[in-house]
Design a protein around this ligand. Structure first.
Ligand SMILES: [Zn+2]
Length: 266
């Protein structure tokens, strides 16, 4: 199994930045107050301006290990024994439209990813339209981010690409219940939605594994990314039910800056 390195610029600086990675606060749990600076996906509060909106967003501008990135298909690695294991099952989620995406908050403590002997529990998943990561420069209509956190608050995100195809029965309960506007949270306004997460993921867990960041402000680095190489399918109508609410909530591609796409823990 080969390891490919893409050297662009600033490799030494990247090494320093990655060595400084520490515990991360979950921004989406601390972010709910009116004090969180406004940001958007276009215009004067769009991605090119995120770093200038607030000092706490500086990583969005000066970070050297940012996400998303373009992934090259020859870098995909099998989800080999010992590298990582994704254990998601059926459970209830609470859907929230937070103005940037629809987020499904997960309460099942048994949903977890084991990576390098460390257990990360699933906190929430949410959607981006179109996809944020690309594969060989190809963008998908939708990308799902499963956000997991370990006991030391390190974040691991499992990314799943969605291509157009058959209706996805596993995700149908979620896409039938998408909250239409910010503040209309089914967490308080409606019943929880039951979803079988094990059957949402592709069977083949071949993946791109790399170190990156949150793709929304504050763009915090030190995030472990496992982007599954095999897309799942959803129908045009399902994708449209989300993209009607969020026509474009993707961050543009960021520089790789010499990072390795590899499943060896560092
Ligand atoms: Zn995301």
């Amino acid at each position: 199994m080969h390891t490919s390195k893409r050297h662009l610029a600033g490799v030494a600086a990247v090494a320093v930045a990655m060595a400084s990675v520490g515990a991360l606060a979950l921004p989406w749990s601390a972010d709910k107050g009116a004090s969180a600076p406004h940001w958007a996906y276009s215009g004067e509060a769009g991605p090119a301006h995120w770093a200038a909106l607030d000092p706490s967003y500086s990583a969005c501008g000066i970070g050297l290990a940012q996400s998303p990135i373009d992934l090259e298909s020859h870098d995909a690695k099998p989800g080999k024994a010992g590298a990582f294991r994704i254990d998601y099952e059926k459970g209830d989620v609470a859907l929230v439209n937070n103005g940037h995406t629809v987020q499904a908050n997960v309460t099942d403590p048994n949903d977890a990813v084991v990576y390098d002997g460390d257990t990360y529990h699933l906190a929430q998943f949410h959607f981006h339209s179109p996809s944020e990561h690309t594969t060989d420069k190809t963008r998908f209509p939708l990308e799902i981010h499963f956000v997991n956190q370990d006991g030391a608050k390190h974040i691991l995100v499992v990314g799943v690409m969605v291509k157009l195809g058959e209706e996805n029965p596993s995700l149908a309960p979620v896409f039938h219940s998408l909250p239409p506007a910010a503040g209309h949270a089914s967490a308080s306004a409606g019943p929880p939605v039951s979803v079988d997460l094990a059957s949402v993921l592709p069977k083949n867990h071949e993946a791109y594994v790399y170190r990156g960041s949150l793709t929304t402000p504050p763009c915090t680095e030190g995030v472990r990314w496992i982007v599954l190489a095999h897309p799942i399918q959803m129908s045009q109508a399902q994708v449209a039910s989300f993209s009607t609410l969020f026509p474009d909530n993707h961050r543009p591609l960021q520089n790789v800056n010499g990072r390795e796409i590899d499943d060896d823990p560092d």
